[in-house]
Design a protein around this ligand. Structure first.
Ligand code: FPP
Length: 249
């Protein structure tokens, strides 16, 4: 019997997959449980997705783990999420190293608790040279914050004479974003049947293919990722050109 995975064309893999992990709260509610129980079970889906990406040969995977807007959630939930982040990083460090996975974090890092920042920096350093897969965790991240922050730093550099105003173009602007040196996602997945971008990587997804999965995040497994990739591979990516032009390339 052919498995779903066998239908993936390894020569047409998306280089970078970004995921909006959504539905933890609803998953928990369906079970009459607290939202935190949903987040805890979401960790299994994180592990499955990262493992599947590494096995397939996807080079970058970005996970939206905590948004700037998430700071407005009840303090109890924020604390539990931060705790979960720390315990997951602690328990998974060895696996990241063993599997040649590099960890990066994007977002307003200064706003995170110091113990988290310290731990993250340790693991980022430990995995710095790993090349199989880059796992990018978006923490305290918001695209509008990121773009405004980039504009502010560009203005500072123009004022100090470090940057010429007329030199500012899309490429220069990208270098002021938190995703500097990370290729744009080719595939963006959102789980839980919601069709929103929720302030995630708004600059970087200009040409990304969107895939919306009805699965609640804690139920997301390797097969769900395979389905998204297979769907991505059926699409024709035109980048503003016509079908005929693409055939000639
Ligand atoms: C969205 O579901 C999920 C989050 C805000 C948190 C995701 C975090 C994890 C899975 C923890 C571990 C992550 C890493 C990378 C170690 P929701 O709470 O918005 O769900 P709802 O829309 O059903 O309420």
């Amino acid at each position: 019997m052919t498995e779903l995975k066998d239908n993936i064309n390894k020569s047409k893999l998306p280089c970078h997959i970004a995921i909006i992990m959504d539905g933890n709260g609803r998953w928990a509610r369906e079970r009459g449980s607290h939202r935190i129980f949903g987040h805890q079970n979401g960790v299994t889906a994180v592990k499955e997705s990262v493992e599947a990406a590494g096995e397939l040969g996807v080079k970058y995977m970005t996970l939206f783990a905590f948004s700037k807007e998430n700071w407005f959630r009840p303090q109890e939930e924020i604390d539990a999420l931060m705790q979960l982040m720390i315990s997951t990083i602690n328990s998974e460090t060895e696996t990241l190293i063993k599997n040649n996975v590099r960890l990066l974090v994007i977002g307003d890092i200064q706003s995170l608790p110091v113990n988290i920042v310290k731990k993250l920096n340790e693991v980022i350093e430990l995995t710095r040279e790993n090349i199989r897969l880059t796992l990018v965790v978006a923490l305290s991240y918001g695209a509008r914050w990121e773009i405004a922050d980039a504009a502010k730093r560009i203005a500072e550099d123009v004022n100090s004479g470090k940057l010429e105003k007329d030199a500012i173009d899309e490429k220069i602007f990208s270098e002021y974003l938190v995703t500097k040196n990370i290729p744009d996602p080719e595939l963006l997945i959102r789980t839980s049947g919601e069709f929103r971008l929720s302030n995630f990587l708004l600059w970087q997804i200009a040409y990304s293919e969107m895939y919306f999965s009805p699965t609640l995040w804690p139920d997301f497994r390797k097969e769900d990722l395979y389905k998204a990739i297979i769907d991505f591979q059926k699409r024709e990516r035109r980048f503003g050109k016509t079908s005929d032009q693409l055939k000639c390339e």
